[in-house]
Design a protein around this ligand. Structure first.
Ligand code: SAH
Length: 214
């Protein structure tokens, strides 16, 4: 698949430099991951020219692909190492999934809207990722058969830290999630230590809500 043109490569380089590095995310592994993943293939065809801009975009089914800086910030907070198995809740476009797959050993990602699961699966397969395992379903239950995970990232706003996530997080492991409701959400970093979660708050964010299936 012909993915890049000189324009998309240039736009991506500028996105990394001006939206990510200049705002203080300087980890070379993370910057390299953002340079590697062609964000424009994860957005709807009609939106490709705006894929590298400094804002979120619609991806269909009422969902959005987050602003590049927010994807980078969450990735930097999560800081997955190359030996980590990562659980991602809310695959959406699959863009954040691909970034995580550049950094971690394996990524297990779950999306509840079938149309998005399928389109993300097609794109990630075409890009050749072999370390991504995609599931369709309700991520509030995690993926018990694949636990434990060293890292968990939630990319939809949750009103709580679900027991399944706590149970499936390895001791010493880290979870990053937007916590709150439609009025106010904060980006939370949680570390599982001594069977408890110790949290750090990273400021306000805006995410689509996590929807729990009955
Ligand atoms: N990281 C994504 C952003 C996706 S937006 C990206 O880079 O494109 C959040 C996604 O979470 C949406 O696709 C939404 O359908 C999904 N979602 C919401 N509730 C969910 C749940 N309970 N389980 C799994 N996915 C969920």
């Amino acid at each position: 698949m012909q993915v890049d043109t000189s324009q998309t490569r240039q736009a991506r380089y500028e996105m990394v430099e001006t939206q990510i590095r200049k705002r203080g995310i300087i980890d070379s592994r993370i910057l390299r991951a953002f340079q590697m993943v062609p964000r424009h293939v994860f957005v709807p065809a009609g939106q490709r020219s705006t894929a590298y801009r400094d804002y979120p975009l619609p991806i269909g089914a009422g969902q959005t692909i987050s602003q590049p800086y927010i994807v980078a910030l969450m990735t930097a907070i999560l800081s997955p190492s190359s030996t980590d198995r990562v659980l991602e809740i809310g695959t959406g476009s699959g863009y954040q999934t691909a970034i995580l797959a550049e950094l971690a050993k394996e990524v297990f990602t779950i999306e509840r809207i079938r149309q998005l699961t399928e389109s993300a699966g097609t794109i990630l397969q075409e890009l050749g990722y072999k370390n991504i395992h995609l599931f369709n379903g309700d991520g509030s239950k995690g993926i018990p058969e694949q636990a434990p995970f060293e890292r968990i990232m939630v990319t939809a706003c949750s009103s709580r830290l679900y027991p399944a996530w706590f149970e499936q997080l390895q001791e010493g492991g880290k979870i990053v999630l937007p916590l709150g409701d439609s009025n106010h959400q904060e980006l939370i970093e949680g570390r599982k230590m001594g069977g408890k979660i110790q949290t750090i708050t990273h400021g306000s964010v805006v995410f689509v809500p996590l929807v729990q299936d009955e």
